[in-house]
Design a protein around this ligand. Structure first.
Ligand SMILES: NC(=O)c1ccc[n+]([C@@H]2O[C@H](COP(=O)([O-])OP(=O)(O)OC[C@H]3O[C@@H](n4cnc5c(N)ncnc54)[C@H](OP(=O)(O)O)[C@@H]3O)[C@@H](O)[C@H]2O)c1
Length: 343
């Protein structure tokens, strides 16, 4: 039996979906993994923080956030000033970091995760920023402290990619990959194919909470380039930054281009690729025409795909449909079990 104290740094869409999933899987965690937990801390940006070593009432925390209130009334330590102080005082064995991504440098998440590992916690995140900017440092730190730094949800939400390579693909040499890694642009292109304009499709993606108010991170391929750099850094062992990825977004594609391609049994996709060449890796994110013979052709709407090419498995694809905070939460749950389960 193992009992884990958990702290959540970031309690937005993903953090909230994660605690709901934890509650739903509580009996199964006990039965199959002899794993129980207490949530001892929750920290947010504008909604305050709460620490209670005896356990925070999650129903009340969700209620306070839903009404726009602060978490302070749930705290037995009301004087905590900032997230770093929160980490030192939350008494957790595992920190879940789910704050907004910073494409530029991964901060402040890198500092949060570093502090958690230094304090002897496992550090788990859905945030790709700290993975692409500090994977080697945080992994080394975790090892030195006998802890885990896991981030399954950073690329393709809860679909198993990093744990697949970590546990189930021993002695493989990853030669390259191609795929569709940005849901927003894939949805926009699908809607344009069905008659929507570029602006209309962007507005729709915003209306369902998929695209940000400023959608340029998706449309200009930045989000996809961070994911490419993350996969190359972690799975191919070649540390690169998003700026190293040759990048073109989808702005120049017109609805006419997309419709015409479809009439000729082709589709425009924002394709992510990486290919090992000697000690180097050539990477790109750019719109490409794919035909019906490509596994990418049938991956539409918010779905995503990555097709790996290994020396031993020439083609292994993972496709994820209907992503969202719930599938992201599953990646966090899988990391939690993998980090803490001994048997
Ligand atoms: N949404 C998804 O399906 C998905 C999928 C894969 C990966 N991710 C990644 O998961 C992470 C969380 O995404 P989300 O959709 O849950 O975002 P979100 O809804 O915007 O929630 C972000 C949370 O972080 C808090 N926060 C903001 N700045 C902070 C700071 N400086 N220190 C501490 N807390 C801070 C926010 O608090 P306030 O609200 O009080 O400001 C909020 O609780 C992001 O890195 C995202 O890229 C998300």
């Amino acid at each position: 039996m193992t009992h884990q104290h958990i702290a959540l740094l970031g309690f937005g869409n993903v953090g909230q979906a994660f605690v709901r999933l934890l509650q739903r899987k509580k009996d199964l965690l006990l039965k199959d993994y002899e794993l129980t937990y207490t949530i001892t801390g929750i920290a947010t940006g504008k909604h305050g923080m709460a620490i209670n070593p005896r356990g925070i009432d999650i129903g009340q925390a969700l209620q306070l956030i839903s009404t726009g209130d602060k978490l302070g009334p749930l705290s037995t330590q009301p004087s905590i000033k900032d997230p770093i102080e929160f980490i030192y005082n939350c008494g957790a064995d595992v920190l879940f970091e789910n704050t907004p991504v910073s494409y530029a440098d991964g901060q402040p998440a890198v500092s949060y995760l570093r502090t958690a590992l230094q304090a002897g916690m496992h550090a788990i995140t859905a945030n790709k920023g700290p993975v692409v900017h500090a994977y080697q440092e945080l992994t080394k730190l975790a090892k030195e402290n006998g802890r885990k730094f896991y981030f399954e949800s950073a690329v393709m939400d809860g679909a198993p990619i990093f744990s697949l390579f970590r546990h189930n693909l021993p002695a493989t040499n990853l030669l390259g990959f191609s795929g569709i890694l940005n849901s927003t642009t894939n949805l926009i292109l699908t809607r344009m194919e069905n008659g929507d304009s570029f602006t209309g499709a962007v507005a729709y993606a915003q209306s369902i909470g998929l695209a940000e108010t400023d959608p340029s991170g998706d449309i200009d391929g930045l989000d996809a380039s961070v994911k490419v750099a993350t996969l190359v850094t972690v799975l191919m062992g070649i540390p690169i930054k998003p700026a190293d990825v040759e990048r073109t977004g989808i702005r120049q594609l017109t609805a006419e281009d997309v419709v015409q391609a479809h009439k000729q049994a082709q589709r425009w996709k924002l394709v992510c690729t990486a290919r090992r060449e000697a000690e180097l890796v050539i990477t790109s994110v750019r719109p490409e025409l794919v035909g019906t013979d490509s596994p990418l052709y049938g991956v539409n709407g918010t779905s995503s795909i990555v097709k790996f090419e290994m020396d031993v498995l020439p083609q292994l694809s993972i496709v994820e449909g209907n992503p969202g905070p719930e599938t992201t939460a599953y990646g966090l749950l899988a990391d939690f079990i993998n980090a803490t389960h001994q048997g």
